[in-house]
Design a protein around this ligand. Structure first.
Ligand code: ZN
Length: 168
């Protein structure tokens, strides 16, 4: 199931919802479609509308405080676009830059996407100890950026440029 990005009335990214949920919000006049999938339409008994990729709430929702993006292995793989931080090939595992055995944390700045081979080769060593320099430095995405990234690379590339910049 594709996800739809939900923007606040102020255009700030809030969350993602399933396509079905997004359509319900639009049909209930709680949200308007900001961007639709170019070729996907939702057809039902009384409905024939373009499938929304981005919707915006009609009423402003107050967000009490700005959380940090929660760390997850899936999030790291998506952030790094499934590219190994050591060789650039397709990554399926998450490597701790400073290994957990040496006190390294589960955090955005201490984890990178890695191919299984490099992850195994590096083992419980730092990049310096293993002589395996990082091709790029890990970064902590903003909560909105992490949300956009969670939509997936394919959808991400098709988002309006002013949104995509926020997640860069
Ligand atoms: Zn690799």
């Amino acid at each position: 199931m594709r996800d739809t990005l939900v923007l606040n009335a102020s255009f700030e990214p809030l969350s993602t919802v399933t396509l079905n949920r997004a359509i319900v919000l639009v049909l209930q006049d709680k949200a308007v479609v900001e961007q639709a999938h170019p070729e996907l339409r939702m057809r039902g008994a009384d409905v024939d509308i373009p499938a929304p990729r981005v919707i915006r709430l009609c009423r402003y929702v107050r967000v009490p405080f700005r959380r940090r993006a929660p760390w997850s292995r899936r999030g790291v793989l998506i952030r790094d676009r499934h590219r190994c931080a050591y060789c650039g090939r397709r990554a399926t595992t998450v490597d701790h830059v400073v290994p957990r055995a040496q006190g390294g944390a589960d955090s955005w700045l201490n984890t990178v996407a890695s191919c299984a081979e490099d992850n195994h080769r590096k083992a419980d060593r730092t990049p310096e100890q293993a002589a395996m320099p990082l091709l790029r430095q890990p970064f902590e995405p903003t909560p909105a950026g992490a949300m956009l990234l969670s939509l997936g690379a394919e959808d991400f590339d098709a988002l309006p440029s002013w949104l995509a910049q926020d997640a860069a």
